[in-house]
Design a binder for this molecule. Structure first.
Ligand SMILES: [Zn+2]
Length: 273
C-alpha cells in the first residue's frame, strides 16, 4: 500500500512542481559530469532530482544561507548514480546537512600521467547508516571542475553500500551479477592501489581509496562517473562491475558525445558562501 501511495504522490509531485526549466538548464550547464546523457536521460534525471528535493530535507548548518542553485545542483549529482536504479535506492534516510565548508582535509596526489590532483576528504561526518548525508558546499563548488572528484557521488556511493547493512564496498548486486566476480575485481584493484600508495608511486585513483574497501568503492564510483576512461584503463574489471551495478556506461556515452564547439554557457554564479 505504501508503494502505491508513494507512486501516486510522486506522480502528483512531478505534475505539479517539477524543477523549472530555466533552473534545470542552469544546473546542467554547471555539471560537466552530465556530458553525453541523452535528452531523455536528462529529463529522467530532472524527474529524479525533483523527487529527491521533495522527499529529502536540505538542512543548512554553520550559518550557510540557501541560494536557489544549491538544491538542484546537489540533487542532480546525487541522482546521477541512481538514474537507472531508482530513488528507492535512497530509502531509509531523509536529510542532507549542508555546511559552508571546513570539515575536509586537504591532500595532493599524482596520477600515472603526472597530473597533480588536489583533493579534499572528510575528516568527520560522511554518510551515517540511516542518518543524514553531510556535505560541504565549498567543496561541492570547488570540485565541480576537478575531474575525478565528486563529493556528492562519494557520499551517495556510501549510502548505496549501506543498503546491505554492512559498509564494506559491496552494494546489493543485481540478478546476473556475482559477489565472486565483484570481490575478485575489487580486491585485486584495492591491493594494487595499496601497493602503489605504500611505495609512494602514482595512483590512478585518489589514494584515499586505499583507506578501506568501502572508501575504494566510493572513490571508484566518483571516477566511474567523472573520469570513466581513467578507471576503465587502470582497473577494467572494476569498471565492468560498476557498469553492471549502476546500469550505466559513462565511457561509451562520453565517447559518443559531440566535442564541445563553444564554451558551455555559465549558469548562475555559484557562491561558496
Ligand atoms: Zn568516504
Amino acid at each position: 500500500m505504501f508503494g502505491l501511495f508513494q507512486n501516486w504522490r510522486r506522480r502528483r509531485q512531478l505534475e505539479s512542481a517539477r524543477l523549472p526549466e530555466a533552473e534545470w538548464r542552469a544546473t546542467v550547464a554547471n555539471l560537466p559530469i552530465l556530458e553525453g546523457l541523452s535528452p531523455a536521460d536528462l529529463e529522467r534525471l530532472r524527474d529524479l532530482a525533483t523527487l529527491f528535493l521533495a522527499e529529502k530535507t536540505l538542512d543548512l548548518a554553520g550559518g550557510l544561507e540557501l541560494t536557489p542553485a544549491m538544491g538542484p545542483l546537489i540533487a542532480a549529482q546525487a541522482c546521477l548514480p541512481i538514474l537507472d536504479l531508482g530513488l528507492d535506492y535512497y530509502r531509509d534516510w531523509s536529510a542532507v546537512i549542508l555546511y559552508p565548508e571546513g570539515f575536509l582535509a586537504h591532500h595532493e596526489y599524482t596520477d600515472p600521467n603526472g597530473l597533480v590532483h588536489n583533493v579534499h576528504r572528510p575528516l568527520i561526518g560522511e554518510a551515517w547508516e540511516r542518518g543524514p548525508v553531510i556535505l560541504s558546499w565549498a567543496d561541492i563548488v570547488e570540485t565541480l571542475d576537478q575531474p575525478g572528484l565528486n563529493v556528492v557521488i562519494h557520499e551517495m556511493a556510501h549510502k548505496l553500500d549501506m543498503l546491505t547493512g554492512a559498509v564494506n564496498g559491496l552494494p546489493p548486486l543485481h540478478r546476473g551479477m556475482a559477489v565472486r566476480n565483484w570481490s575478485r575485481a575489487f580486491t585485486a584493484a584495492y591491493d594494487h592501489l595499496r601497493r602503489n600508495v605504500d611505495r609512494g608511486r602514482p595512483t590512478a585513483l585518489d589514494p584515499y581509496a586505499a583507506d578501506s574497501p568501502a572508501e575504494f568503492f566510493a572513490v571508484a564510483s566518483e571516477a566511474f562517473f567523472e573520469t570513466p576512461a581513467v578507471i576503465a584503463d587502470a582497473y577494467p574489471a572494476v569498471y565492468l562491475q560498476l557498469r553492471a551495478f549502476y546500469r550505466q556506461d559513462p565511457l561509451a556515452r562520453r565517447a559518443s558525445a559531440p566535442p564541445p564547439t563553444a564554451p558551455v554557457p555559465p549558469g548562475p554564479p555559484l557562491e561558496s558562501e
